[in-house]
Design a binder for this molecule. Structure first.
Ligand code: GTR
Length: 418
């Protein structure tokens, strides 16, 4: 008689070989096919996407681009304050999330809620560049105590925000209009998580949770984008404890480098119910392989702290990347995702942002949604909304009310309660 284990091993090999169809190797230069695994298997079911391809994609992004963040850790919430604000139109709630004993190991959260709410509301959650006080002239907003980039126009000197910085970015955050539509707005200053300059990862969350050892870090240690994304997930942790918020309907939104961040946060953390990338460009929604506008080499040289060190291996070698940015959007599927470009923002490669959104669409369709409802780039100011949304707005690199109108409509459509 044949040995039973050899027989069953042979059977297993034969069965596996017949069950998975392998694809021919991809030509160099083309972006990786979202529906073919690294070992050549065709991904043809939701289960294969969820169990094989999505985890493998996230791992590739960790290994080669954004780096690896430490796993979840306990947080404490303190300094909670709640009062009426905006002439009685809103409730303003602020709290501090502490992630370590070190003096500076905290982030300050600002939340506005529509005043009249019955039951938990959906929310937009976004990081900002100069402090929560720049969102509105409301004098009750706490100022950041961490490092802030000097800026005469905004009102920051000696890396401290001045009183006159209150409301300096109100044009990007239409607070009253968001509240009027029944959404909460949750804001955090990104420098509370990690100050945006290259200091060898001594300050911010890296210094607290994962300091360099004798000046050394692993090639796939997390960069600042991964740190900001980590912070967004910690804010979501705190929103899950917030009775006024429906944490199953939180849209994460970010502009530019913070759009790269919202994509990476949403790709990894499936609790984000919607992801919005506003003008995120290279390292965000735009294909790296196109090399239009900002390139991998340019971004790594200008911002050596944003990505893992391992990403530098692809400077001028984008074709060698085992990933590209359509896979980042695909990792969000089937959750709704919206990518927006601005016509004059050639640095962010609007066409590359559109094409990668389109490139993610087959995954959305595999998972039973419509994906992106067009296959050609729409004209300027002709938004398209499906499970994936896209628009290219007239004008320059910015987050405007026009962009917000689309995000609100997109959220209304996807967050509507049946
Ligand atoms: C630019 C950078 C872009 C984008 C932008 C921003 O200097 O090249 O990748 O992130 O900054 O965040 O405003």
């Amino acid at each position: 008689m044949r040995h039973p284990t050899i027989l069953s091993a042979w059977l297993l090999v034969a069965l596996t070989a017949s069950a998975c169809i392998t694809a021919p190797p991809r030509k160099p230069g083309l972006p990786p096919d979202p529906l073919i695994s690294v070992d050549g298997r065709v991904i043809d079911s939701a289960a294969a996407w969820q169990d094989v391809r999505r985890p493998e994609i996230l791992e590739l992004f960790r290994q080669h681009m954004y780096g690896r963040a430490p796993s979840h850790m306990p947080l404490t919430i303190e300094s909670v304050q709640e009062e009426l604000a905006l002439d009685g139109l809103a409730r303003r709630k602020q709290w501090r999330i502490r992630y370590g004993k070190h003096e500076g190991a905290f982030l300050d959260v600002l939340m506005y809620l529509p005043r009249e709410v019955t039951g938990p509301v959906p929310a937009f959650l976004g990081l900002n560049f100069f402090g929560n006080q720049t969102l509105h002239t409301d004098p009750g907003i706490r100022m950041p105590s961490s490092w802030v980039r000097n800026d005469k126009k905004i009102g920051v000197t000696d890396n401290r925000p001045l009183e006159r910085s209150r409301g300096a970015r109100a044009n990007r955050w239409p607070v009253e209009r968001i509240l009027a539509r029944g959404y909460a707005l949750v804001a955090v200053y990104y420098g509370d998580i990690d100050p945006d300059f290259d200091d060898g990862f001594a300050n911010g969350v890296h210094g607290v949770l994962d300091p360099p050892i004798e000046g050394k870090r692993a090639p796939d240690a997390w960069g600042s984008i991964a740190a900001w994304a980590w912070g967004l997930s910690r804010v979501l942790d705190s929103l899950e404890r917030e009775p006024s918020i429906d944490a199953t309907r939180v849209a994460v939104i970010g502009h530019s480098r913070l759009g790269k961040t919202s994509l990476w946060a949403g790709a990894q953390d499936e609790r984000f119910a919607m992801v919005i990338s506003n003008n995120s460009g290279c390292g965000g929604a735009a294909y790296s392989r196109r090399r239009q506008g900002e390139t991998v080499q340019v971004i790594n040289r200008a911002f050596p702290h944003w990505f893992s060190r391992s990403f530098r291996a692809f400077n001028d070698r984008e074709d060698q990347l085992p990933i590209d940015q359509h896979l980042l959007i695909a990792a969000i599927a089937p959750r709704p995702a919206y990518v927006a470009s601005a016509a004059k923002d050639s640095w962010a490669d609007p066409e590359g942002e559109f094409l990668s959104t389109l490139g993610a669409s087959p995954v959305y369709r595999l998972l039973g949604t419509e994906g992106l409802p067009v296959d050609k780039m729409p004209e300027v100011d002709h938004p398209v909304h499906g499970q994936l949304g896209y628009h290219v707005r007239a004008g320059k690199h910015d987050l405007t009310w026009q962009d917000w109108q689309q995000y609100l409509a997109f959220a209304d459509r996807h967050f509507a309660k049946q």
